[in-house]
Write a protein that binds this ligand. Structure first.
Ligand code: SF4
Ligand code: FES
Length: 571
């Protein structure tokens, strides 16, 4: 394999790779503003320039200065075998200092009020590669602040004109909504009049902006970034399985950012995935178990709520009616397994069905007309785990499970006496058919339909339920989702569960303990504490159809942040 030497470190490379790409792949720090793996290379910022030496085949392969010894952009120069690169030589360091000084000439230096402070390339590179003092005494050019789209503000005087945002709208979202306007020091990023930055991927430009010029309206002044903790997770809103990073502090979510996964979402996420988590902190969250007393729902402790849920479901089974469980496609595979195991323990013939799968519009590929494998795909299916839930339920049922509409039909026909419904959707989800089938009045145990609702948001369904158990959003628990491409991806718990709510998996374990008959002389069974990895192992040994949960689940990896190690050299 060919190799080059970068700052004294020998690195193998694939033919076609640029020097900067080789350095990045090997964890070697070379400053870079305009370069991004997902965009075309323009080599406009000039901070990555290096001193290059290459073997000259016409001179016995003797190492000679490349291109007459000119500094070359490492982001745009292909690596060639035997090349020697210095970005820490006095000449290269002098260039880095000059570029930094130039970029800061008109920069307002308003770090104390800038959202990007703490994760800003200008700050980091000023420290690692900058001069430390400014020699500029003239007036700075002032640029405006602009509202460029529904999610994004532009603070133009912080912009370093790297053009990443412009290239993104041309090459990825494909609508060219951003442009560089003006000449010389009047250059600025702008939108066309009457055509805002308004596309399904718009807020990716905020992540791309290496400085604080493009800002997320939703995160503006919300939190200093050094207070945020990051938890690697998976999109819990759509079927994409996009890899995300949840940024939170003290139990509150502040923002969601993409995590790079070339097999799924590459470097991007849609705005609906980025902002779709708001229901996690909704005022309408169910926060405590409830049970029906004299016809009205009252708050309850869990023990009583579980007792009544089990009693109601048992009474229905004793009355010769079937039990049914609808597992929402918003729930994890582990939850589907534990809930279905509980239902089958109560009634070995319990009907298992997947809850309604919301679909909005049609799948879309960006840029328009791009090949699906090369572009970025947005899914019309707005549930993260319809395939995973079906996979688990079918393994337990030993064959295909009925569609949700079919289950609703059976409820309407009166053949079902006990129904466990799970929701966890980001908004109201009951279909008209379901509301009509459930009717208005709750049942008395053993007669009519007894409903146990496990959900996250309050809705008219709550009024119809006999027992309500508050569930947890995917950000509040761990689990596994199967995305539209059939990939099983695990996610971690980012924040604690709200108030008295519990992960549906924990509720299932508690309910299973509540139905376990205590052996004579011992107290009633104790529920285990939910652990997603343990449940996956249990699933794999329960059925060959679920063996994939032992080995085929990809675990979340946090993005690795690299700190430059380069020593500051004063010239
Ligand atoms: S707004 Fe940000 S991403 Fe766009 S050109 Fe300026 S610095 Fe680069
Ligand atoms: S990163 Fe190479 S010129 Fe900008």
């Amino acid at each position: 394999m060919p190799s080059i030497t970068i700052n004294g470190v020998k690195c193998d490379f694939q033919p076609g790779q640029m020097i900067l790409q080789v350095a990045n792949a090997n964890g070697l720090a070379i400053p870079q503003y305009c370069y991004h793996d997902g965009l075309s290379i323009v080599a406009s910022c000039r901070i990555c320039l290096g001193e290059l030496w290459a073997p000259n085949p016409r001179n016995n392969n003797k190492l000679e200065p490349f291109m007459g010894g000119k500094l070359m952009p490492t982001c745009q120069t292909p690596a060639s075998d035997g090349m020697v690169v210095y970005t820490d030589s006095p000449k290269a360091v002098q260039n880095q200092k000059a570029v930094m000084e130039y970029l800061l000439i008109n920069h307002p230096l308003d770090c104390p009020v800038c959202d990007q402070a703490g994760e800003c390339f200008l700050q980091d590179y000023s420290y690692d590669y900058g001069r430390g003092v400014s020699r500029f005494e003239e007036d700075k050019v002032k640029q405006p602040k602009k509202d460029v789209g529904p999610h994004v503000y532009l603070y133009a005087d912080r912009c370093i004109l790297c053009s990443r945002c412009v290239r993104f709208t041309r090459e990825v979202s494909g609508d060219g909504q951003l442009m560089i306007l003006g000449r010389g020091n009047k250059n600025e990023i702008d939108v066309f009049p009457g055509k805002p930055l308004d596309n399904e991927l718009s807020a990716n430009v905020v992540d791309l902006c290496p400085v604080g010029a493009l800002l997320d309206k939703d995160f503006l002044f919300a939190q200093r970034v050094w207070f945020l903790k990051e938890t690697p997770s998976i999109d819990g809103i759509t079927a994409s399985g996009d890899n995300i990073s949840i940024h939170h502090n003290e139990g509150r979510i502040y923002r969601v950012k993409p995590r790079t996964n070339m097999a799924v979402n590459k470097w991007w996420i849609t705005d609906e995935v980025r902002y779709g988590w708001k229901f996690v902190h909704s005022e309408d969250r169910l926060r405590s178990p409830m049970r029906r007393q004299f016809g009205s729902l009252v708050e309850s402790d869990y023990t009583r709520a579980y007792e009544e849920a089990v009693a109601g479901l048992r009474a229905a089974a004793k009355a010769g009616k079937r039990l049914a469980l609808a597992v929402s496609p918003m729930l994890s595979c582990e939850e589907a397994f534990l809930l279905a195991s509980f239902a089958r323990a109560l009634d070995p013939k319990a009907i298992l069905a997947v809850g309604p799968v919301p679909v909005s519009g049609q799948d879309k590929v960006f840029p328009a007309g791009a090949d699906e494998a090369k572009g970025f795909k947005m899914y019309a299916e707005k549930a993260p785990n319809a395939r995973g839930v079906r996979r688990v339920l079918e393994a337990i049922a030993g064959g295909p499970v009925p569609a949700f509409d079919e289950l609703v039909g059976q409820v309407k026909a009166g053949g079902i006496g006990g129904l466990v419904l799970t929701g966890n959707y980001p908004s109201a989800w009951a279909t008209d058919a379901l509301s009509a089938a459930l009717g208005r009045s709750p049942a008395t145990p053993g007669a009519g339909l007894f409903v146990v609702l496990i959900d996250t948001l309050s809705s008219p369904l709550v009024d119809r339920a006999d027992v309500v158990l508050p569930g947890a959003t995917w950000m509040e628990k761990a689990g596994t989702f199967e995305n539209a491409r059939g990939m099983l991806q695990a996610f971690e718990q980012a924040i604690p569960v709200i108030e008295l709510a519990k992960a549906e998996a924990q509720i299932a374990l508690d309910l299973a303990a509540a139905i376990a008959e205590p052996s004579p002389g011992t107290p009633s069974a104790r529920a285990g504490i939910f652990n997603a990895a343990d449940v996956r192992r249990q699933m794999a040994s329960a059925s060959p159809a679920l063996a994939v949960f032992a080995t085929g689940v990809s675990m979340p990896k946090a993005d690795v942040k690299q700190e430059a190690e380069m020593a500051v050299v004063e010239l």
